[in-house]
Design a protein around this ligand. Structure first.
Ligand SMILES: Nc1ncnc2c1ncn2[C@@H]1O[C@H](COP(=O)(O)OP(=O)(O)O)[C@@H](O)[C@H]1O
Ligand SMILES: O=C(O)C1=C[C@@H](OP(=O)(O)O)[C@@H](O)[C@H](O)C1
Ligand SMILES: [Mg+2]
Length: 166
């Protein structure tokens, strides 16, 4: 959360001339409910079930596309397998300090509600290693969205992916 997936995904999609599909946005559209209301009414398990269903649907959609997911998508092995099978995974990283600075005033992420810093640190620990599968790893601290897009653009695995899927 707060590493910039939705924002950077939008920017890279624009540069590629591809559409961007954000799985969280699709869930909100399909259910007519905000993410925090889904968590409140159905708990995290209910949200994860919707997320897996929507991820599969989106990844089977028309290509080319940039798909952005919620950070918790990696907590289900099945989701990671789907992502690996369908495209090039890009993981965005940030330190807890950066994430707290970006999200401290944001009430849209139910898992961070309350003590944001403590929750960020706990969730990062719980998810240690779960993002390592992605062939592209980008550190976002102190970088503008444009800088991150440039780094992604120049990344050898990204260049290879574009060439192979031309
Ligand atoms: N590189 C960046 N530098 C500063 N702020 C950023 C950067 N990337 C994203 N943000 C801001 O951080 C917040 C979270 O970004 P978002 O794209 O929603 O992240 P995610 O989808 O990973 O949760 C937003 O307010 C966004 O404008
Ligand atoms: O990491 C998580 O468990 C979550 C991340 C959120 O998306 P972002 O990573 O885009 O903030 C959203 O899917 C939901 O609040 C749960
Ligand atoms: Mg997002």
């Amino acid at each position: 959360m707060g590493t910039g997936k939705t924002t950077v995904g939008q920017a890279i999609a624009k540069r590629l001339g591809w559409k961007q599909v954000d799985v969280d946005h699709c869930i909100v559209e399909a259910t007519g409910k905000e993410i925090r209301d889904i968590f409140r009414e159905q708990g995290e398990e209910g949200f994860r079930a919707l997320e897996t269903k929507m991820l599969a649907q989106v990844l089977n959609g028309s290509i080319p596309q940039v798909v952005t997911t919620g950070g918790g998508v990696v907590t289900r092995k099945q989701n990671v397998e789907l992502i690996v099978r369908h495209g090039l995974a890009v993981a965005l990283r940030a330190t807890p300090e950066t994430i707290v600075a970006r999200l401290h005033a944001d009430a849209t992420r139910p898992l961070l509600a309350g003590d944001v810093e403590r929750n960020v640190r706990r969730i990062m620990q719980e998810r240690e290693g779960l993002y390592d599968f992605a062939p592209v790893q980008l550190v976002t601290d102190g970088k503008s969205v444009a800088q991150i897009v440039d780094e992604l653009w120049a990344h050898p695995a990204f260049r290879r992916f574009l060439t192979q899927n031309d």
